[in-house]
Design a protein around this ligand. Structure first.
Ligand SMILES: [Zn+2]
Length: 49
């Protein structure tokens, strides 16, 4: 996706980023680097259009 389209999607709020621990599957807030459940730095992020 071209960068301008990415920015436009971000600014319009049509795209969400989900952060989740890949160790235990807990969903965490954006920006969290360490899982509060299992205390591992195993956070992965993926985009939900
Ligand atoms: Zn975890």
């Amino acid at each position: 996706m071209p960068i301008l389209d990415t920015m436009r999607a971000y600014l319009s709020g049509s795209e969400q980023i989900v952060s989740e621990c890949r160790h235990c599957g807990t969903t965490v807030e954006a920006g969290v680097e360490r899982c509060p459940e299992c205390d591992k730095e195993a956070i992965v992020r993926y985009h939900v259009a």
